[in-house]
Ligand binder design. Structure first.
Ligand code: SAH
Length: 233
């Protein structure tokens, strides 16, 4: 009798409960991602951590990969491109050193995930993607999720976004053989450019503008998809 009632109850609650559990499970996976992959590896920036806790990464991956969206690795997003590993997104966000309220540029929109993370911190985010279908997809996704402070452009990010410059932060999420000069020129005084530099072997470089001088340091060995377009000419 009791058994029968329990069964009946669980049958009744089945449809709505499984949706709720899914969302709850994803939120829990996101929380674990931040604690185990990011805080455990000593990313400390409070704004970066809060942004990674908030942005629903599972909505930036192809539907078949949702279950893996909070795992400790990059994932394919189509067109031979990837969404970066969560730790790398957090590390690069911290490296940009934003305080909140800035105008920033991203080159390599991909899924739009990193742009959303930046949009949680900065006032305005400009992002450029060279693969047009990815740019359109990211633009729609960011709108749908309510990110009104992000502008997506399809094109080559090599020349930056001069009309929106100067930028307090510029992040490039594809590996370049050298630092694009136009991007350096669009950096505000005191601003930082974070970019993976190299081919087979790549290092994440942080370039800080001090007036007419630039301070450069390498902070982490990384592996990104190559930057294409004008930088290869
Ligand atoms: N930041 C992305 C991941 C980027 S993968 C995310 O959060 O999902 C790198 C992206 O850079 C790819 O989508 C690739 O097409 C793009 N890319 C490569 N060269 C580029 C260029 N010259 N200008 C703009 N985007 C470029």
């Amino acid at each position: 009798m009791l058994m029968a009632r329990l069964l009946a109850l669980s049958a009744l609650s089945c449809a709505p409960a499984s949706v709720a559990t899914d969302e709850a499970a994803l939120a829990q996976a996101r929380e674990r991602m931040v604690a185990d992959q990011i805080e455990a590896r000593e990313v400390r920036d409070a704004k970066a951590l809060a942004a990674l806790r908030k942005v629903p990464r599972h909505l930036f991956v192809p539907p078949g990969l949702v279950a893996e969206s909070y795992d400790d690795h990059p994932l394919p997003i189509g067109h031979g491109q990837t969404i970066s590993q969560p730790y790398i997104v957090a590390f690069m966000t911290e490296a940009l050193g934003l305080r909140g309220g800035e105008t920033v540029l991203e080159v390599g929109t991909g899924s739009g995930y990193q742009a959303a993370v930046l949009a949680e911190i900065a006032a305005r985010v400009f992002t450029i993607e060279i693969v047009e279908p990815l740019a359109l997809e990211a633009k729609e996704r960011l709108l749908r999720l309510g990110y009104r402070n992000v502008e997506v452009r399809a094109g080559d990010g090599y020349q930056g976004w001069p009309e929106a410059a100067p930028f307090a932060g510029i992040m490039v999420t594809a590996a370049a053989p050298r630092i694009p000069e136009p991007l350096k020129a669009q950096l505000a005084d005191g601003g930082r450019l974070v970019i993976p530099v190299g081919d087979e072997y790549q290092e994440l470089v942080v370039l800080t503008r001090r007036g007419t001088r630039f301070e450069q340091r390498s902070v982490l060995p990384v592996r990104f998809v190559p930057m294409t377009g004008e930088i290869r000419k």
